[in-house]
Design a protein around this ligand. Structure first.
Ligand code: TNX
Length: 528
């Protein structure tokens, strides 16, 4: 009997230890860098005032709006004085620019951010923690591991529309992602209104990857501005991509005079004609309008997979003429000439270029060029990009493509055998970069990581949800949280809140806790 009692008391001590260490964990994704909880609870309903630096009006309104859901009614004050029952928001530029310090006492909350973005992230941390109207008291000191925490959406293959885009932007903000890369043009559709070349959307906007006849779908310039503003309020930069000189079939369907021929992805006119002077004027017009619409410091010009459809370049008189005129040797030389010239164009427009990793095969200006490394089976390209001094964003197909399968039982999607499981996303990028033994000099060129939602096989909201959630949460923690603060078990516990949120929003997510709960969502049927 005595022995049983002793065993029970030992078990009780272990359990108490486990509970108290678990209680030190705050329910936040991505996990903050430093958490120090103290005794006590703070009731959000007690707050009457919100005081803030004048530069923080937008963040203050955002917070007041979100807290109103919890029955909190705040008087707004641009005076920034601490007082009882007051939430105080301040900028403290001695902190890292996206970092913050969040202090919760039982009668006051103070937020200091390194910038407006830092304050915004402290607000997200606060909102995520509210449980039955209460917050745990304590201090959180936080800042991101990576400056670039990106999500790419391909709306060229399938078009999702403004409401869906706003929803994904909201979710990005909630999980502290900050770059929305918008793939707006590709072989199956051109989705961005360009006033100087209207057929790009009225003709090039017709069709999708699964249905070449579907009615024209695109964003007007007013809608683009609306999205950019919506994202900016949430500290998300919108980076447009105009893919060239491949993936151009939608544009060359509208304006065949700029076609360099070629067929890929079941579409003709896969390339622009890099030998015609008119092509450069046309693309310059397009980029000028893109620049005037998007305040982002970056402009993405694609540059990927040209070899999938450039065989006609070997016989095209204009391209052959260009090769001769500039002594370019071959069609790769013509491609290099084109990319360098477009890089120069973007530079004149006072923007930085982003391009897919093919760009490092060409000897281009590295100061003005950011590389997105995507070919996971070519780590030598990553090493070269970092060694050559290119600012580099890591978005390899494995594990960063959300169109790829996510579970061993799944069968639908791109041909690749690799499975981009949540675990593989959680261990990224260390699982990929550690084995490469990179030097500090190379590592410092990594600006961050990005997940890409390609949509050849994602055609409706249900499949979109299924492929994006919950993987976006695993990705967000990999983008924000330092390696030493990541812990898969604690993450799994914290995911319960995320699943609850998805349920409340009616999101059709893949339920990792019970993979059979929702079967794989069908891929589109391709019409010809
Ligand atoms: C590769 S990533 C592509 C896309 C496809 C994607 C499908 C890149 C630069 N090109 O055009 O949509 O694979 O997974």
């Amino acid at each position: 009997m005595l022995q049983i009692r002793r065993v029970l008391s030992v078990l009780a001590i272990i359990a108490a230890g486990a509970i108290s260490s678990f209680a030190q964990v705050v329910n936040v994704i991505p996990y903050p860098q430093m958490v120090e909880l103290s005794e006590g609870i703070c009731k959000v309903s007690q707050f009457k005032r919100l005081s803030f630096d004048s530069s923080l009006k937008s963040e203050a309104c955002y917070l007041a709006d979100k807290l109103s859901v919890h029955g909190v009614n705040l008087t707004m004050k641009e005076d920034c004085r601490p007082a009882a029952r007051t939430i105080l928001l301040q900028v403290d530029d001695s902190l890292p620019s996206e970092g913050y310090v969040l202090k919760v006492g039982n009668r006051e909350i103070t937020v200091a951010g390194g910038s407006e973005a830092g304050v915004f992230y402290a607000i997200q941390t606060m909102l995520q923690q509210i449980d039955a109207g209460e917050l745990r008291c304590g201090t959180i000191i936080d800042s991101p591991r990576y400056a670039w925490r990106g999500l790419m959406l391909d709306e060229a293959r399938h078009f999702f529309g403004i409401e869906r885009v706003k929803q994904i932007i909201d979710m990005m903000a909630y999980y502290k992602l900050n770059k929305f890369h918008w793939h707006l043009t590709d072989a199956s559709g051109w989705r961005l209104e360009i006033n100087s070349w209207p057929l790009l959307t009225t003709v090039g906007g017709i069709g999708s990857h699964s249905d070449p006849q579907s009615p024209a779908a695109f964003y007007t310039q007013a809608q683009i501005r609306e999205i950019i503003d919506y994202a900016a309020t949430r500290h998300i930069e919108v980076i447009p991509e105009i893919d060239m000189p491949g993936h151009a079939s939608a544009a060359t369907k509208a304006y065949p005079q700029f076609s360099g021929g070629g067929r890929s992805q079941d579409r003709d006119g896969f390339t622009f004609n890099v030998g015609k002077e008119e092509t450069y004027s046309f693309l310059t017009d397009v980029l000028k309008e893109v620049k005037s619409l998007f305040p982002s410091e970056y402009l993405h010009i694609g540059g990927d997979e040209v070899s999938h459809g450039n065989s006609e370049w070997k016989t095209d008189e204009h391209i052959q003429g260009l090769i001769q005129k500039h002594d370019l040797k071959d069609i790769q030389g013509a491609e290099r000439y084109f990319m360098q010239r477009m890089i120069d164009t973007v530079k004149v427009l006072d923007r930085k270029v982003i391009a897919w990793d093919e760009i490092i095969e060409h000897d281009v200006d590295r100061n003005n060029t950011v590389v997105m490394w995507w070919r996971h089976n070519k780590p030598d390209f990553l090493v070269k990009s970092l060694s050559d001094g290119f600012t580099t964003i890591l978005c390899p197909r494995h594990p960063m493509y959300f169109d790829f399968k996510q579970h061993s039982t799944h069968k639908l999607g791109p041909k690749w055998k690799v499975v981009n499981t949540s675990e593989s996303i959680y261990s990224f990028p260390d699982s990929t970069i550690d084995p490469l033994g990179l030097a500090d000099q190379q590592l410092k060129n990594i600006a961050g990581i990005q997940a890409n939602i390609w949509t050849e096989y994602i055609h409706n909201d249900e499949r979109f949800d299924y492929m994006v959630y919950p993987r976006i949460c695993f990705f967000a923690e990999s983008a924000w949280t330092n390696k030493e603060n990541k812990d898969y078990d604690s993450f799994t516990e914290r995911m319960e809140n995320a699943y609850e949120l998805f349920d409340s929003m009616g999101i059709y997510y893949f339920d990792l806790r019970d993979p059979e709960r929702r079967p794989e969502v069908a891929i589109p049927v391709i019409k010809n």
